[in-house]
Structures are given as structure tokens and as C-alpha cells.
Design a protein around this ligand. Structure first.
Ligand code: ADP
Ligand code: MG
Length: 251
């Protein structure tokens, strides 16, 4: 495996039992996840995007194929997960939500709080340490979820439509914030999204899945040079590639 590859997915298939021969969610997916790069996964609803992410996270067992991690011993690296819903604990403040994974690990509370403060600053939540989840906007709640994932210093950050529940402008802003955070942490990101422009603005590699059962329809590498400005989305190249990717998703 090339040293730039963190994970090689070989012939991955996932079939869910349904009492009727099984429901094939993913079929023979072959894919390389480049280390310290940003990969986006696009595909129609039900194409197995979340299933792919859950298989990578080890939350579901593949029915076929294998995942090869380019780590010593081939063990999975530290993984951070963020879903569409922040799933914060309503009875814990912002900082208490972020320190939770460290508490579970049995880390010293003082150390956990100091580290949480660093991540609160990184995700732009200074001043909200002691706020309650019910008083946060959707975008702020997702920032807490991101900080909670990042505090474990994951080598691989898996994001499943993390901004899917946000309004369009907040979503764009959070995309830019995520880019800044990713550049700051040097971690590998795999993000599922249904937004073609989000993928084009953020990702180094874009993987398009076919409709169920999900297979790799297409891989687009380095769509545009970085830094990608907001202006780029109005360029003819951006519009043309968006249209082209949309066509491969509709096929
Ligand atoms: P996507 O995230 O692309 O919308 P999913 O990965 O959630 O798609 O689902 C792919 C297919 O697998 C869907 O048809 C879905 O209903 C089915 N599926 C997902 N999870 C399960 C499960 N735990 N049990 C049975 N079927 C599932
Ligand atoms: Mg999904």
C-alpha cells in the first residue's frame, strides 16, 4: 500500500438481513482513503453512504471484502465520528459534553478541562463553555459535536452529513470552519454529504456512489487548487464539474 494511503477498502460488500435474501447496501466497493487528505462521499439517498462510514468505523461487520489500515499491525487508527444530529447530553454544559470522552477514559478532570478549552477555542465557541445545549443554535451544537470528536485526537475523522440539518448559509460557514480546523489538525477526513458544491469546495478526493447497491461510480481527485475561495463556485469550471457530477449521481 502506498505510504500516502491510510485505508484501502477492498471488495467491500454489506448485505443486511431482511428475511428475503438480504438487502445489498454496498457491493464490491474498492477505494483508497488518502492519509491527511479530505475525502467526500456523494451518492443518492439509500446508496449506502452511511453504511460505508459505519463499516469504516467498525460499527458494522462487512459481509464481504476487507478494510486494510496502513497502521502498525494494521489496526484501525483512532476514529472520531460526527453525525447529522449533534446528540449532546442535555444535562451537561458545553464543556462537560466535550470532556465526556476523556472522563470515560478516566483522564484527570483538570487535564480534561484544559484540553477542552483548547478545542472550544479551535471550533470558535469561546464564551459558551458553560452554556446548555438547549440554548445553542444548530451550528453551535455541531461545533460542540466536532470538538467532542476532536478531543480524542482522531487520526481519522468520519462525518456523516454533519451540516445536513443546518440552513444554507450556516452550512457554508461551517464548511469553511471545518476546512480551517482540518488544516490545523492534520487528520484524515471522510465526509458524507449530499451537497455537490460542499464536496467540490472542501475535498481532495470525491467519491460518487451508485444507487443501491452502492458501488463506486466515479472518483474525482483534486477538483480545484487550494486555497479555494468562495468566488470559485461561480466559475464556469465549477459549474461544469457540478453538472457533470450531478449527472453521474442521477445515472
Ligand atoms: P445513505 O446513507 O446513502 O442514504 P444508508 O447507508 O443509510 O444509505 O442505507 C443504504 C441501504 O441500506 C438503505 O436501503 C437502508 O434502508 C439499508 N439499511 C441501512 N442500515 C440498515 C440496517 N441496519 N438494517 C437494514 N437495512 C439497513
Ligand atoms: Mg446516510
Amino acid at each position: 500500500m502506498s505510504p500516502e494511503t491510510l485505508l484501502r477498502i477492498e471488495d467491500l460488500s454489506v448485505t443486511f438481513p431482511n428475511g428475503n435474501g438480504g438487502l445489498a447496501a454496498l457491493e464490491s466497493v474498492n477505494l483508497e482513503v488518502p492519509e491527511c487528505r479530505f475525502m467526500a462521499v456523494l451518492g443518492p439517498s439509500g446508496s449506502g453512504k452511511s453504511t460505508l462510514l459505519r463499516a469504516i468505523a467498525g460499527l458494522i461487520q462487512p459481509t464481504g471484502g476487507r478494510l486494510l489500515f496502513n497502521t502498525p499491525e494494521g489496526n484501525p487508527p483512532r476514529i472520531g465520528l460526527v453525525f447529522q444530529q449533534a446528540n449532546l447530553m442535555p444535562w451537561r454544559t458545553v464543556i462537560e459534553n466535550i470532556t465526556l470522552p476523556l472522563e470515560i477514559q478516566g483522564q484527570h478532570p483538570g487535564y480534561a478541562r484544559d484540553l477542552a478549552c483548547e478545542f472550544i477555542e479551535l471550533v470558535g465557541l469561546d464564551g459558551f463553555e458553560n452554556s446548555w445545549p438547549r440554548n445553542l443554535s444548530g451550528g453551535m451544537a455541531q461545533r460542540v459535536a466536532l470538538a467532542r470528536a476532536l478531543i480524542m485526537e482522531p487520526d481519522l475523522l468520519l462525518l456523516d452529513e454533519p451540516f445536513g440539518a443546518l440552513d444554507a448559509l450556516t452550512r457554508e460557514h461551517m464548511g469553511a470552519e471545518l476546512l480551517r480546523i482540518w488544516q490545523n489538525r492534520e487528520t484524515t477526513v471522510v465526509m458524507v454529504t449530499h451537497s455537490i458544491s460542499e464536496a467540490l469546495l472542501l475535498a481532495d478526493r470525491i467519491v460518487v456512489l451508485t444507487s443501491r447497491p452502492g458501488k463506486v461510480a466515479r472518483v474525482v481527485d483534486d477538483p480545484f487548487p487550494r486555497p479555494r475561495t468562495d468566488e470559485i463556485r461561480y466559475s464556469p469550471e465549477f459549474v461544469a464539474l457540478s453538472r457533470d457530477i450531478r449527472a453521474s449521481i442521477m445515472e
